[in-house]
Design a protein around this ligand. Structure first.
Ligand code: GLN
Length: 455
């Protein structure tokens, strides 16, 4: 797989043409919903003339189709936004463009990022890069697959409960979910505001670090953003890694456990002590997540009313019918399920029993992480209980939710977590492992991953 440096110093027009050619060559994976060909080639010409320069000059990339970006519609893979043309670009995209990077297309996802397989896309699923009979993972499935298939050296995704880490693991690439607030979410379609993060896919840890460092930092258009911390990370000093015991039980696929233990061995060879640790609140994390996240989804999706923008039902007679039919036609089943759950847990009489209770449990989880990071530099665990599953295998929504067990804890706590390739199963399916760190240790996590890669 190619690295960012392979594209630097070459003709940007050639880089872009090659990425577009490759995108067409692998069309059957259905990883991309659109190409931004015209705009990409215009920008490439400006780079070649020296009118745009920077650390990513002429490097092609792809964004998940829930990022507002010019050159193609922003659909969030939903009928609701099928013809929506962004009036502005996401801050993350603007920052990459300011360094000369060139967006060549928009990647498939579960509609509104609700899901873990990209099967919930209104425009059809994406196939796994290693096995076309299996899912790409999700919700950022398309971004993971274009990176793994060498269409582009990096791609952007969003991670609310695992949507970067899990597809990265399923396709054998690096995936970064940063500290909550590290990267501006301005111009990205909102899912759950208290856990949404912007991150990337890359073929190696150093490239991921560069892309994240460029995107990170304070943005006055997103009041949750943190002042830039990426450059100023002290490095790990405790030399201790905790291996989360709850993730290593018989319920977890044997190959997944073995790859995690192999990775622990590599960390030991680099001088780290690896010890089993308890993350007991993990067992409650799905219950918290599937209360808090739908609650926030129901609120964030209230804006799609068929009036201001998005899909508008035809031939309606009353306002209630306009709202009802527009939303019924524009949302997928999974979107509706979450709106209903969210409205329920926020309704009077149930708010205290569900939403408040879940927020209290969330604090206990955060405290448990805090205690662990007093002693350990980072935690090691699998990304998902199994490698990529087959299409339709998790048709029951609860089965699908259960597969998120290992990614949602870091999301609920707002902690940085990265997914790194750790080998393949006997069937040749990629398996990733996850490193979770304390707040603002994102760069250190990636440095550690780079050390393991080099060894
Ligand atoms: N699979 C998780 C969910 O369905 C994560 C989604 C995400 O991170 N966007 O909520």
């Amino acid at each position: 797989m190619s690295r960012i440096s392979d594209f630097i110093g070459k003709s940007a027009v050639d880089n872009v043409k090659e990425a577009l050619r490759r995108a067409c060559e692998v069309e059957e994976y259905h990883a991309l919903l659109s190409l931004t060909e015209e705009r990409a080639l215009e920008r490439a010409e400006l780079v070649d003339k020296g009118e745009i320069s920077g650390r990513l000059a002429g490097v092609p990339f792809v964004v998940k189709d829930n990022f507002l970006a010019f050159g193609a519609p922003t659909t969030a893979a939903a009928k609701m936004l099928e013809n929506f043309n962004a009036p502005l670009q996401a801050t993350a995209v603007e920052k990459l463009e300011a360094e000369g990077a060139i967006c060549i297309g928009k990647a498939n996802l579960d509609a509104f990022a609700h899901g873990g397989s990209t099967e919930n896309s209104a425009f059809g699923p994406t196939k796994n890069a290693a096995d076309k009979t299996r899912v790409a993972g999700g919700s950022s499935g398309g971004s993971a697959v274009v990176t793994a298939l060498d269409v582009v050296p990096f791609a952007l995704g969003t991670d609310t409960g695992g949507s970067i880490r899990q597809p990265a693991s399923f396709n054998g690439v690096v995936g970064v979910k940063p500290t909550y607030g590290a990267v501006s979410r301005y111009g990205v379609v909102a899912m759950a505001s208290s856990t949404d993060t912007i991150g990337c896919f890359a073929t190696n840890a150093d490239d991921a670090n560069l892309v994240m460092e460029i995107m990170a930092g304070r943005d006055d258009k997103d009041m949750t953003t943190l002042p830039d911390f990426w450059q100023h990370q002290p490095g790990f000093t405790k030399k201790k890694i905790g291996l989360v015991k709850q993730c290593m039980t018989d319920d977890v696929d044997a190959a997944v456990r073995q790859k995690t233990l192999d990775y622990a061995e590599k960390l030991k060879q680099l001088g780290y002590d690896v010890e089993e640790v308890d993350l007991s609140m993990m067992q409650h994390s799905l219950a918290m997540y599937y209360i808090i996240v739908p609650a926030e989804i129901s609120s964030n999706l209230a804006r799609y009313d068929g009036v201001r923008y998005g899909h508008r039902a035809a031939e309606v007679k009353t306002l209630a019918e306009l709202y009802g039919r527009s939303r019924n036609e524009g949302f997928m089943t999974e979107n509706k399920r979450r709106i209903m759950i969210g409205s329920f847990v926020l309704s009077s009489g149930f708010f205290d029993a569900y939403y408040m209770q879940a927020q209290k449990a969330r604090t206990l989880l955060i405290n448990e992480f805090k205690q662990l990071f007093a002693e350990y530099d980072a935690l090691l665990m699998p990304v998902a209980p199994t490698p990529a599953f087959r299409f339709g295998e998790h048709a029951d929504p609860v089965q699908m939710y259960l597969a998120d067990i290992m990614t949602v804890p870091a999301s609920l706590a707002g902690l940085p977590a990265i997914s790194v390739p750790a080998g393949t199963s006997d069937e040749g399916l990629p398996i990733g492992v996850q490193l979770v760190g304390d707040y603002r240790s994102d760069g250190d996590l990636l440095k550690l991953a780079a050390e393991v890669e080099a060894a």
